[in-house]
Design a protein around this ligand. Sequence first.
Ligand code: SAM
Length: 249
Amino acid sequence: KGTLYLVPTPIGNLEDMTYRAVRVLEEVHTIAAEDTRHSGLLLKHFDIKKPLISYHEHNKAAKEEPLMELLLQGHDVALISDAGMPAISDPGAELVQAAIEAAVDVVPLPGPNAALTALIASGLDTREFTFLGFLPKKSSHRQAVLERVATYEGTLLFYEAPHRLQASLQELYKYLGNRPIVVGRELTKKFETFVRTDLAALQQADNWLTIKGEFVLVVGGAVHGKVSEQEENPIAASDYVSAVTMLME
Ligand code: SAM
């Protein structure tokens, strides 16, 4: 049988590709990639020429069989996603389960991941944390997730898309109360920014709609297992902040 390699790829900075990732991608028979055009550019950069099979959220059920077929025929397959670790807020978990069920070896490579990259520079507690990925689309589901973690004392990690950032920051404040938050934007890239503030302060920010980029939200845990209070005194007008100023400078 072949081996299924799980290969992380850079989250912005191509120098974060590991030597081992390059070697494994050069050696496997086939690379399963989330977006073959996007990954084609990465592979070109490292001069890797390999057959690519697309494996993404909407075709992963159908693509499992041909990929398992290759593995069972004795061919090594590498799974990559558009950025960071496959199977972390990206497709991969089902293929790993199928491989395990078929007694195919699964070999994970360490490498870039946006959540852990933000966490280690956040200044918040790194001893215990929970990664929640993207909050669910449905508002009642979001509420359920946030209520479930509202008394958790470890640090909370979220991914968020720019157009949902403001709404999510409002909901975090609504269900968790005021907490320290670190917004990590465009990590490893030219405009990498960390905003270290609290949720109440971010409620005052405007201009969210003009904010672009990729974001990780690192939120402090509950203190003594209690949902945090909201601010008693609304922030004075003089403390009014612009999201653009906070994130773009
Ligand atoms: N598999 C990836 C990983 O291991 O981090 C995550 C993929 S998920 C589809 C994409 C989300 O990860 C983005 O919306 C953003 O929240 C976060 N992300 C990815 N790259 C980032 C970066 N360079 N800076 C900040 N956040 C990033």
